[in-house]
Ligand binder design. Sequence first.
Ligand code: ATP
Ligand code: MG
Length: 445
Amino acid sequence: MSEKILAVKGMNDILPAGLPRKEKLPDSALWRWFETTVQTVLSRHGYQYLMTPIVEPTALFVRGIGEATDIVEKEMYSWTDAMNGDRLTLRPEITAGIVRAMVEHNALYNGPLRVWGIGPVFRHERPQKGRYRQFHQLDVEALGFAGPDVDAELILLVRQLWQALGLKVGDGSDCHVRLELNSLGQPAERAAHRAALITYFEAHAEQLDEDARRRLHSNPLRILDSKNPAMQALVEAAPKLQAHLGDASKAHLAAVCQVLDAAGLPYRINPRLVRGLDYYNLTVFEWITEQLGSQGTVCGGGRYDGLFEQLGGKPTPAIGFGLGIERLLLLLQELGVPVPGAQADAYAVIPDVAALPQAMVVIDRLRAAGVSVLMHAGGGSFKSQFKKADASGARHALVFGADELAQGMVAVKPLREGGGAQRLLPLDGASGWAAELLAGTGQPA
Ligand code: ATP
Ligand code: MG
């Protein structure tokens, strides 16, 4: 046998449920359910699906995300195309590509757009739980809207998504996700704050770690995002941007908060919330969970009114967020949130090969009527097939036994507690009783 070839470190397979694996990762049933839920919630809010390439010119991210950010400094997979010398990068996030596409196609010509995309992104980070080198983001963007109305709409949209996924939203200890908000103001306000930060950190230069010292003049705001425990006290006491915000910036945040208050969504204003990308202004937010250890940010976003211009477009206000799908699904998995539709409605037991053609016609009709049927393939005794039916998690066993078939019937045995008694149902009228197999699944009968 030749040597096995393994996946690239930090890049994972998304496998069906129940398979043994080296690392705790969300399974594909959870994944698919997330995608369909997202689709429903987003179309309810008027968002349209869009797809951009995974590979983009490196310059897009250097200019868009900012040179002195973790992502551009050390996390990008970049290379030179051997054919033509182009500098290319595997996208480390989705927003910059979407904005590039909008500018390239002059897509906002007829007015603002709400769009969303989903797919893999790549960052060369140290792999650990909740941190991978290929991970997936849901990306939602409201383009051409100045807010604050749409800022609040976007945040409420995320709450609807959490609720649809069975998560408890709020600020209490029994809640699964909570919201943090901040305003990054406008460029001039940030410049004033930046100057104050540099003065402050210069005065405490001996307490800065290597990263912070390097950032002191290139991107001092990022020092506030430091995860180094030794610097927390210093960061805590640093000058706050709030002190430099003008009336318009304050009013923008207040208007967002008013809607959230009215909608009963609790939040914390976190003056240290700065986000890891340079393009943000005004409203920024993160959704945080306490249940995943240190990788607790499941969703982060904000307004980026300057990005279109930076990427060669007309000035265009916009806001969006990126949601880390692996982190979110790990959370759902750890909480044991049940995945609807993950288990079949019925498992077909066919002990007698002679019964196969008749049985398969019935199974085919049931499936056409919307019933999910797992058919036992490959033969075997009644006992061994029935064992498989039980282990499959299906809600019913359909037994196509010789005795039943002789009467023109199939036996339907409930496999779960409270499923009622075993019954014989006619082979001929399968589409008539198909709905009974669906009952209680929440699907339309
Ligand atoms: P962090 O502070 O955890 O590094 P970030 O600020 O770099 O996060 P964003 O660029 O805002 O993250 O990306 C949006 C979301 O993507 C994050 O909130 C998180 O849920 C997820 N995410 C970021 N990096 C990774 C990673 N390496 N692996 C898995 N998920 C990630
Ligand atoms: Mg990061």
